[in-house]
Every structure is written in structure tokens, then in C-alpha cells.
Design a protein around this ligand. Structure first.
Ligand SMILES: [Zn+2]
Length: 85
């Protein structure tokens, strides 16, 4: 058995730091001296439940801002039906 290497509070802190920025996860963890968490599956999963990095603009958004039509993209990057010819 291994102890969890992070707390829910830390996940929240990182999610808040990433949200609305275009920082890399690595940079945010580095600042806090926790760069090894980048390879921690449990940590990445917990973070994925809160924020995502848009594939198009590379900015971080809350999960609820993810486009339902184009997963992995924010609503601003996903083409809206009106713009579609
Ligand atoms: Zn985007």
C-alpha cells in the first residue's frame, strides 16, 4: 500500500492555478516543488475531473466550459453551427 502523494486541496490549488492560464502543468507543479506529480496517474485523473487544456488554444478551462460537440476544445474554439456554411 502506498500513501496518497497529494491532497484534494492540492489538486484544487493546481486546478485554480491552471484555470484561465496557458501555463503547462509542469510549470505549475515545478513552482510548488511537486514536478513528479506530472507522472502520477491518480493526480492527473483527479485534475482531469476539474480542468482541461483546450487542444486548439492551449488555455485551461473548467470542465463545464468544454464543448459538448468537440470534446477537448473550449466553447470558443469549437465551431458554432451558425458559423458553419
Ligand atoms: Zn480553446
Amino acid at each position: 500500500m502506498t500513501e496518497p502523494t497529494f491532497t484534494a486541496e492540492f489538486v484544487e490549488e493546481v486546478a485554480e492555478a491552471l484555470r484561465g492560464s496557458c501555463e503547462t502543468l509542469r510549470a505549475v507543479l515545478d513552482i510548488r516543488g511537486r514536478s513528479t506529480l506530472e507522472d502520477d496517474v491518480e493526480f492527473c485523473r483527479a485534475l482531469d475531473d476539474r480542468v482541461f487544456c483546450c487542444e486548439q488554444c492551449s488555455w485551461w478551462h473548467l470542465l463545464e466550459e468544454e464543448s459538448t460537440e468537440m470534446p477537448g476544445h473550449c466553447e470558443e474554439c469549437a465551431p458554432s453551427e451558425e458559423d458553419d456554411e
